[in-house]
Design a protein around this ligand. Structure first.
Ligand code: B12
Ligand code: SF4
Length: 443
């Protein structure tokens, strides 16, 4: 029995037939699927962001992980394998949220987490009796299972190990797919398993890809206390309320945290209220106190900003960009607000008749990466696309990179931090420029 695990790329650029992602990170879900695979099964990990897919290589089952942005490419890949008689199973965020759509392109769809069903899927495929649907229980990540990281060798991933402490989040932001997937539940792994995984991975630089690392603050504290003796450097994603918990903040700094992705989203309280962005509602004006506190602890910040809420104008978005540069964040993402399927935002915009691209932008041949897919309230979709792109260009300009570097509290707090800042900012700059306006899928 041979199984091929596939991570699709986003699509194609003006220059290249297939987007090769220079800033690619290890595909943790495929490492986990490999770890869950019964022994005696041969595995190939094919990452379409770097590998040329060999559709003719003999294999008995192809397993594709699907996000909304990679759905179009995932369906193209599936069609090639199925045309050669190879069964395809799909899973992941998008396949779980829209199983009927995925089922049009696959022999089988896994809804939910793989942990409880993947061994059965492989056995059923080996016995040629793959069911059309499998329902995986949502729960604690990979109990007793290590991701098979040796499969990542030679693929040129960034030298950072991805791992998960917990999954899910207790908040319910209007635009977020995670709440739809996990239903406001949070599941954390036993700390001892996480520590054993870190020791086995043998790397000092870690990215906890939790949806919200502090969703359960007590569990997060326990994790961080256990990280202190390991002397690792790590980053994660945390909602802004962690900044108001001084014990938690001290543990972040003491356990080697360089910083967090923080969803600031917007500077306009009315938009935060409309988006049900709970953790941000108690924040100070323009997050001034929270940012000062993060700086006191020398934490670097990756600011996630979402552009196109109902109070946004071209001018307010430009001002948000200036605010981010003035705060000298380490990284920032200027994301256009996206109606992801099955989110409350999607339902609201559909009801208000504001969705573009027939409501299924992820499959629409005219849709382009980073373009607005709905009609904003106070500008046109085209204006939103253009101002978001202007923010990305401004943020990634050499002047902005230099200006942000000069911050003794964060990016210059140590040589090591400055080295990371200077190594990654140019990579993200190049990748942002390449991805802008890319076609989803390759045809
Ligand atoms: C880490 C991460 C990233 C990393 C990428 C890491 C990498 N390896 O390349 C970075 C920061 C680069 C990133 C970028 C983006 N991301 Co991202 N990311 C995540 C995050 C936080 C964790 C993903 C992960 O590794 N989870 C750990 C694994 C083990 O869990 P899993 O993927 O859920 O897989 C489990 C199950 O789903 C299932 N499963 C998954 N695949 C398959 C396949 C089969 C066959 C089977 C049987 C089961 C199965 O089994 C697994 C184990 O239980 C998720 C949030 C989330 N909860 O998914 C967002 C998330 C996937 N990202 C999201 C987005 C929007 C993006 C961006 C588009 C943002 C942007 N505007 O640029 C980009 C582009 C992504 C791309 N494809 O290029 C959205 C996607 C929404 C959607 N509807 O698809 C998510 C869900 C975040 C959110 N809050 O909504 N991301
Ligand atoms: S806090 Fe973050 S992970 Fe939680 S629901 Fe909101 S956007 Fe999603």
């Amino acid at each position: 029995m041979h199984v091929t695990l596939v991570k699709p790329t986003l699509g194609r650029t003006e220059r290249d037939d297939r987007f090769i992602d220079e800033a690619r990170m290890e595909p943790l879900q495929l490492g986990v699927l490999a770890g869950l695979t019964p022994s005696g099964v041969d595995l190939t990990l094919t990452d379409d962001r770097i590998d040329e897919i060999d559709y003719d290589a003999p294999t008995d089952l192809v397993a594709i992980t699907v996000e909304t942005f990679t759905a179009r490419r995932a369906y193209e890949i599936a069609a090639e394998f199925r045309a050669r008689g190879v069964p395809v199973v799909m899973g992941g965020m998008h396949a779980t949220l829209l199983p009927d759509e995925a089922a049009e392109h696959a022999d089988s769809v896994c809804i939910g987490d793989a942990e409880t069903v993947w061994p059965r899927i492989v056995t059923d495929a080996a016995e040629s009796r793959l069911a059309p649907r499998y329902h995986g229980a949502f729960g604690v990540p990979q109990p007793g299972v290590m991701p098979r990281r040796e499969l990542y060798a030679g693929k040129g991933y960034l030298p950072v190990s991805l791992l998960q402490f917990g999954r899910g989040c207790r908040h319910s932001c209007e635009f977020c797919a995670v709440t739809e997937y996990f239903g406001r539940r949070h599941y954390a792994r036993p700390v001892a398993e996480v520590i054993a995984e870190i020791e086995a991975a043998g790397r000092r630089d870690l990215f906890f890809v939790d949806d919200n690392l502090i969703a359960d603050p007590e569990a997060a504290r326990e994790l961080m206390r256990a990280l202190i003796p390991l002397r690792v450097r790590w980053v994660s994603q945390s909602s802004i309320d962690h900044v108001r918990d001084s014990e938690l903040l001290q543990l972040f700094a003491a356990s080697g945290c360089l910083g967090n992705v923080i969803g600031f989203e917007s500077l306009e309280p009315a938009d935060l209220r409309a988006a049900h962005k709970g953790p941000n509602l108690a924040a100070s004006a323009r997050y001034a106190i929270e940012i000062a506190t993060l700086r006191e602890h020398h934490l670097q910040t990756w600011a996630a900003l979402t552009l196109g809420y109902d109070h946004d104008t071209v001018a307010s978005i430009e001002e948000t960009c200036e605010w981010a540069i003035a705060n000298r964040f380490t990284f920032a993402a200027f994301n256009v607000l996206m109606p992801y399927p099955r989110t409350p935002l999607y339902a609201r915009l559909a009801e208000e008749g504001r969705l573009l691209y027939d409501g299924r932008w992820w499959l629409h041949p005219e849709y382009r990466f980073n373009h607005a897919a709905f009609r904003p309230a106070r500008m046109s979709a085209d204006e939103l696309t253009k101002v978001a792109w202007a923010c990305r260009r401004r943020w990634n300009s050499p002047g902005s990179i230099l200006r942000r570097a000069f911050d003794p509290a964060t990016n210059m707090a140590s040589l090591e931090r400055l080295a990371i800042y200077l190594a990654y900012n140019p990579i993200y700059r190049r990748e942002s420029f390449k991805k802008q306006g890319m076609r989803l899928g390759t045809r």
